[in-house]
Design a binder for this molecule. Structure first.
Ligand code: SF4
Length: 347
């Protein structure tokens, strides 16, 4: 059995028909790759179409104001990706006259493009012999080759890089890379891999040694942080009091509502009695409505979010607070959980 042959044959038969697989345009591939990082294909697809329609070339993208990019990005999370994309696009515009580079060496020097994205663009756009290494590929390689070094350790990363390069089909790197990622996404899944339908099963270490649950190995367990957000909705003559967020936390520089965060869950009475609450609102409790807590899941954080309709204006404004007309709220990018609440509440 020629493993490369089996892999590509399988891919040609089962591959999903995704729009970015019909192009060798580096800009389009770059857009799709960044959008799909940490995002499911079904979720990313409408964003991909919206971005391509709004910014058909990197020159259009580079000329966009950051707020417009973030607004279009709204709901995808990891807003720093949107910001970094703008930096990349502007660099391509300035240094390459708006022609997106296609060699790994050029791509890796661009801001916001790491090893994975550079290898993906170079191989998909120009068939350069560069192996991609994303979560799916790590898993397939670890199981197929029986590599038990932790995928998130320095030694492991080096080892997998070497393994991916050695395993690359040099005659057809673009299709090989696509096939490896597709195999990880559709067959060699993290839990219950479908080994019965796997094209490379005959040579697979994990299958032959009953080790699919043990591989790949990770050294660090990501700790999930629980956070308790109490948002206050304060209206004044068709305007909503909004809070511009700090740079050093999630949703950097975006707008949300005035917020009191607590380290543990609180009752409304406990919340109202907290010094940070009385400091803002005084001791008089004027609550019009309290909505049930919603859980909003981010990669490393679970947010327990409670919205409270507050019945009076705070006596003093904080420097990062501003009243914004309801109409204008539609034009700014808001964290998804805040956007959904305001959308339901105001309509
Ligand atoms: S045989 Fe199973 S474990 Fe091995 S590569 Fe295929 S799906 Fe993954």
């Amino acid at each position: 059995m020629n493993v490369h042959h089996e892999l590509i044959n399988w891919y040609q038969t089962v591959k999903r028909d995704l729009p970015w697989r019909h192009t060798t345009d580096a800009y389009t591939i770059w857009l799709s790759e960044i959008i799909l990082q940490q995002t499911r294909v079904e979720q990313g697809m409408p964003y991909y179409h919206r971005f391509i329609e709004t910014y058909p070339t990197v020159t259009h993208f580079a000329a966009a104001p950051e707020d417009d990019i973030l607004k279009l990005w709204q709901g995808l999370g990891y807003y720093s990706r949107g910001r970094n994309m703008l930096k990349t696009a502007r660099q391509v515009q300035d240094e390459y006259g708006g022609k997106f580079p296609t060699t790994y060496q050029e791509l890796i020097k661009l801001k916001g493009i790491g090893e994975y994205t550079a290898a993906a663009i170079a191989s998909f756009a120009a068939n350069e012999a560069k192996a991609v290494l994303d979560g799916n590929v790590y898993r397939v390689l670890s199981r197929y080759l029986g590599i038990s070094e932790a995928i998130d350790s320095t030694v492991g990363k080096k080892l997998f890089r070497q393994a991916a390069d050695d395993f690359l089909n040099k005659k057809n790197p673009a299709t090989h890379n696509q096939a490896m990622m597709e195999l990880g996404a559709l067959v060699c899944k993290p839990k219950n891999p479908a080994c019965g339908t796997c094209p490379i099963r005959p040579g697979c270490y994990a299958f032959l040694n009953n080790a699919t649950t043990a591989l790949p190995v990770k050294s660090k367990k990501v700790k999930i942080k629980e956070r308790y957000f109490n948002y206050f909705l304060i209206e004044d003559e068709g305007k909503i009091l909004m809070n511009k967020r700090a740079e050093n936390d999630i949703w950097a520089n975006m707008y949300d509502l005035p917020l009191i965060e607590t380290p543990l869950p609180t009752t409304i009475d406990e919340l109202a009695a907290l010094p940070q609450t009385t400091e803002i609102f005084g001791s008089e409790l004027i609550i019009k409505k309290v909505f049930p807590v919603v859980k909003h899941i981010l990669t490393h954080q679970h947010l327990h979010v409670r919205f409270i309709i507050w019945g009076k204006k705070p006596p003093a404004m904080k420097p990062n607070w501003v009243f914004i007309e309801v109409e204008n709220l539609k034009k700014i990018a808001l964290p998804k959980v805040v956007f959904i609440f305001l959308d339901n509440f105001l309509n």
